[in-house]
Design a protein around this ligand. Structure first.
Ligand code: CMP
Length: 139
């Protein structure tokens, strides 16, 4: 089925001028960018977005990293978009990511791993709603 998922191009990637390179890998995988904006996340926004991880030992570092520079938040649309996006991203830890995936090609570390993508259709909707108004998404 046609789905929408949520993607973030993280500060390590925007810093290295990889917004286009990462977006091209998403598009080449068959995903369409139906919304996109470059933002500087606030601490409150990052803490809210990653609230499910707040008891994890890496939470504070993760929030600091995500506000260390601009990010590009995007809504991606396509057939099985959630799974397709996860496939093209590769494993969370770039050391475990398959050849040709975004994280294998571009990520610096498990924290500075270049992209975020929703892990389920249910979370995709929550994450899209967290950053986008309906009228900002043009399919
Ligand atoms: P993301 O998909 O954005 O969701 C949570 C993020 O926490 C994850 O990608 C990683 O970049 C980051 N992170 C940092 N350290 C760890 C860790 N030890 N295990 C899992 N995720 C981590």
């Amino acid at each position: 089925a046609t789905e929408r998922t949520f993607s973030i191009i993280k500060p390590d990637a925007t810093r290295r001028n990889l917004t286009g390179a990462v977006t091209k890998m998403l598009e080449d995988a068959g995903l369409r960018v139906v919304a996109s904006k470059r933002i500087q996340m606030t601490k409150e926004q990052a803490e809210g977005f990653y609230a499910v991880h707040k008891e994890r030992p890496f939470f504070n570092d993760l929030v600091s990293f995500m506000i260390s520079g601009p990010v590009v938040v995007q809504v991606l649309e396509g057939e099985n978009a959630v799974a397709k996006n996860r496939e093209v991203m590769g494993a969370t830890n770039p050391a475990n990511a398959d050849e040709g995936t975004i994280r294998k090609v571009h990520a610096e570390s498990i924290e500075a791993n270049s992209v975020h993508g929703s892990d389920s259709l249910e979370n995709a909707k929550i994450e899209i709603d967290y950053f986008f108004k309906p009228e900002e998404i043009v399919g």
